[in-house]
Every structure is written in C-alpha cells, then in structure tokens.
Design a protein around this ligand. Structure first.
Ligand SMILES: [Zn+2]
Length: 239
C-alpha cells in the first residue's frame, strides 16, 4: 500500500539515476533492505547534503510507491567518521555492506543482521576492526541459515583431526572427508579454532594478521559457494 513510513537505516550503496537523482540501498531496522530514490541528491544545493553516503546511519521518512520508494527526509544519527577517515577501515566497511546487500532479501526484516552491521561499523569506527570482517562474516552466515560446522567434521561428525574446509559439506572437515570433495581446501586446525572463537566472541578480538586473512578468504569461498555469486570487496581484502 502506498504511503509514508518512518525507519532508521544504514546506507549500503548508492547508484546514479538520471541527471540529479540516486537510487539508495538502505538496510533498515524494521523493513529490511529497501531501495529508494533520493531526488535531487546530486545537485550542489541538495537538501540531503552528504546524508545519504554509504555507511551513514540515518532516520528516514520514506514514501512507499507502487514501484520504487522515495526518500522524503533523512537525518544523520551517526556517520561513523572513523570508517571514512581510514582507508583500511573503509575497505572493511565496503565488505560488510556488500555481504549484507547480497545475503538479505528486499523488505524482509532481519534484526540480527541489522544489529551485526551496526556493531561491525561501530567497531571499525573505534579503530578496533582488525578481525571484524571474518567475525562479521561468520556471525552473519550463521544467522542467515548458513551456519558453518566448526567444532566437528561437517562430513562425518568426528571432533578430532580437523584440517580442511569444505563449502559443499558445510564447514570444517577432517582429513578423511577432505579427500571426498574436490573443492575442499586445506585450513589448519588453529585457523578453524579461530573461526569458532570469532563466531561467539564480541567484535574487536585480536588475532594474527596472516591467520585473519586466511580465515577471511576461507569464509569468502564458503559464502560465494552458498550465495552463488562473487563477493568482490572480500576478494580485495586477500592481500
Ligand atoms: Zn570427517
């Protein structure tokens, strides 16, 4: 039904529309992922100013149209300055936004995902985001129906001898089961233990930088397999 609604949301991305407008993808607290037009936002004297840049938390008034929604007003609650001022944090925030954009359905409320995104951005803004991408990814996959097995083998259920990762089987695998999946890859036991820790720990945990990259890329391959699409911003974090 057409009509006005209020919500708060985090801007995930914006794309140009015509001469002066943008289509803004926002992850809202109560309405899930919403795509809405911001009219005149690219004009120098736009009433929106910089309020609809990615990773901004805004209070919104939105008009629900028959096709696309239209943003009527936007007021900033937080612009996560620390994310914008630091390039590594910014690239991590891009990865978080891409994941949420690709894993969620439009207009489907997902409050745990919203809380995770808010927590992840805050951790990045506070400069404590060294492991935030794999922590966010493993938690997000878990709450989105793709919970990876990390304490027992996803193939046979045994708890010892984990040393590989199989996206198809659903997580960590033992050395026996590893050979049964051509796409499974090596992931040492201490890396699997790190993933299990990041799944349950609060954001901001510290870890060896090499291990962090390795577990991030293992989760990327797992997520790409299940979402059936590439996650480009995560590929960029490989180096
Ligand atoms: Zn096994």
């Amino acid at each position: 039904m057409p009509g006005l609604y209020r919500d708060e949301g985090i801007v995930l991305k914006t794309i140009k529309l015509g001469e002066a407008d943008r289509i803004v993808t926002i992850f809202t607290r109560s309405h899930g992922k919403v795509r809405a037009v911001a009219k005149g936002v690219r004009k120098t004297k736009s009433r929106f100013g910089g309020r609809l840049e990615p990773f901004t938390l805004v209070d919104l008034l939105i008009y629900r149209g028959r096709n696309l929604d239209t943003i009527t007003s936007a007021d900033i609650r937080d612009h996560f300055k620390g994310v914008r001022d630091d390039y590594p944090s910014y690239t991590c925030a891009c990865a978080l936004a891409e994941l949420v954009e690709k894993i969620t359905e439009e207009r489907e409320r997902a409050f745990s995902t919203y809380a995770l995104l808010l927590g992840g951005l805050q951790t990045l803004a506070d400069g404590r985001g060294d492991t935030v991408v794999p922590a966010f990814l493993v938690k997000l996959l878990s709450v989105s129906g793709y919970h990876p097995s990390l304490s027992v083998c996803a193939g046979c259920g045994r708890s010892g001898g984990l040393g590989g990762f199989s996206p198809a089987m659903g997580g960590a695998v033992c050395r026996n089961c590893w050979g049964e999946d051509d796409e499974a890859f090596r992931l040492p036991g201490d890396r699997i233990a790190l993933l299990a820790k990041l799944l349950v720990a609060d954001f901001g945990a510290s870890a060896d930088p090499t291990a962090t990259v390795e577990v991030t890329q293992a989760l990327r391959r797992y997520a790409e397999y299940h979402l059936e699409r590439p996650l480009r911003s995560l590929q960029l974090l490989a180096t």
